[in-house]
Design a protein around this ligand. Structure first.
Ligand SMILES: C[S@@+](CC[C@H](N)C(=O)[O-])C[C@H]1O[C@@H](n2cnc3c(N)ncnc32)[C@H](O)[C@@H]1O
Length: 303
């Protein structure tokens, strides 16, 4: 995105036919305010809303307007920029602007590569025969399914092979409500639909459409609120062996991708690995990693 997106709206925004509008029955957002709100979101989070996504913000933030009793989006923007209720509203704001789709065992080829190749290699390089710790980061973890998937794979497949290996997974997300869900570890049918039965039976308490992760799985994972676009917060995230940062780069433009991926690189130990989403690529974003092919997936190694 050009840095002056607010001043220089693309032609499709200036001419109404380019924008999908009027899909929600709530308050209407003018094009001018849309440009201001998306610039605000971009500066804060790296998320770039295309011209065609105005309807999404209109619908989602429109609900906030109704709850807060505000008459228009301009007033709302003023409040989240400078208002007294800013801090409280930011939580709902982050929830409203993010898409949190995820589920257990979402990208199986990555988990296969993790279990069968990456962890054995990293363990061998750390302290062969001695006690060591594997630190994994589920960056943009949403409601925690990826983090708990990794914990279960550790318990089921890795711990028996590497009894002297300690394991920790840290999950972070910008949306406070999904972090809260992750901490609770209670899910609905939708999240577990792709889960091998063995894991469901062994690591969950199931009942009436409610699936609760067992304590031994939860103990291995912790979840925190964190913005991947916040340079200062990113500098605290150091010493990871493997980072899963899947299905979030798609919401960024190239400039924010470059910043975030460069920070992820710094967060990895030498010889550590980065996984991104199936539909994502580091082509033109970073040449610092070595690309490695695995069955049906790729991983990026910090040399
Ligand atoms: C589609 S979900 C992906 C979840 C999981 N990684 C997966 O692949 O199943 C994208 C997540 O990225 C989070 N997100 C978006 N921008 C972010 C940012 N700047 N910092 C941290 N998380 C962000 C959203 O809140 C959302 O939960």
């Amino acid at each position: 995105m050009s840095p002056d997106i607010r001043q220089n709206p693309s032609p499709s925004l200036v001419r109404p036919p380019g924008i999908i509008t009027g899909l929600s029955s709530g308050p209407k957002m003018t094009d001018a305010v849309y440009l201001e709100i998306r610039a605000f979101i971009y500066q804060l989070t790296g998320i770039y809303f295309q011209d065609s996504k105005k309807y999404l913000l209109e619908g989602r933030l429109g609900k906030r307007l109704q709850i807060l009793g505000m008459k228009d989006f301009g007033e709302y923007l003023q409040m989240i920029r400078y208002g007294t209720g800013r801090q409280e509203e930011m939580h709902s704001f982050y929830d409203a602007i993010t898409i949190n789709e995820t589920f257990f065992f979402r990208n199986e080829p990555q988990f296969e590569a993790f279990e069968k190749t990456l962890v054995p290699e990293i363990v061998a390089a750390k302290r062969p025969g001695g006690r060591s710790k594997l630190r994994v980061w589920s960056a943009a973890s949403s409601s925690g399914e990826e983090g708990y998937t990794l914990s279960m794979i550790y318990l089921e497949r890795l711990k028996p092979k590497f009894p002297l290996l300690d394991f920790e997974v840290v999950g972070t997300d910008i949306s406070p409500s999904v972090v809260e869900t992750a901490r609770k570890g209670i899910y609905r049918e939708y999240s577990v639909r792709n889960m091998p039965k063995l894991y469901l039976n062994k690591y969950f308490d199931c009942g009436e459409g409610r699936f609760e992760v067992h304590e031994d799985v939860r103990r291995l994972a912790r979840f925190d609120h964190m913005n991947l676009f916040d340079q200062r917060a990113m500098r605290q995230m150091m010493g990871f062996d493997i980072i899963f940062c899947a299905n979030v780069l798609i919401y960024f433009d190239n400039k924010s991708k470059i910043q975030v991926v460069s920070n992820l690189y710094d967060s990895l130990n030498k010889g550590g690995y980065l996984f991104i989403g199936y539909a994502e690529s580091l082509h033109g974003i970073s040449s610092a990693f070595k690309l490695l092919n695995f069955p049906k997936t790729v991983a990026y190694r910090k040399e």
